[in-house]
Design a protein around this ligand. Structure first.
Ligand SMILES: [Zn+2]
Length: 109
């Protein structure tokens, strides 16, 4: 007598709450974060900022206020597929200038 074995389904369980981190379209690491910044005087749009902690990708996208992180991520992936990632990419100069002043304190002799 053959015992019938139930097929075990190996579907990966989806996490209840989505991870804060996305896979970076440029370097492939799971280190991409997406934040939203309010645009002053603009109730319909917001600024989505995607940052990768690994390859330091930095993208700014103006998106409708209703968009979610995942929506923005999909947009970024689309841009990446079309090689248009540079269109939303900002250089460090345009964003925050890192305060890295060299201090010369050898005023002797
Ligand atoms: Zn990256």
């Amino acid at each position: 007598m053959a015992r019938r074995r139930r097929k075990k389904s190996l579907k990966p369980k989806k996490p209840r709450h989505p991870s804060r981190y996305f896979q970076c379209p440029r370097c492939g690491s799971l280190t991409l974060t997406i934040d939203f910044v309010k645009i002053k005087g603009n109730e319909d749009e917001k600024l989505a900022i995607a940052k990768c902690g690994n390859c330091h990708l930095y993208c700014e996208l103006r998106v409708p206020n209703v968009l979610d992180r995942v929506d923005v991520y999909n947009k970024i992936v689309d841009l990446s597929y079309d090689n248009k990632l540079s269109e939303c990419e900002k250089t460090e100069k345009e964003t925050q200038v890192e305060a890295e002043e060299e201090t010369d304190d050898n005023d002797e002799i």
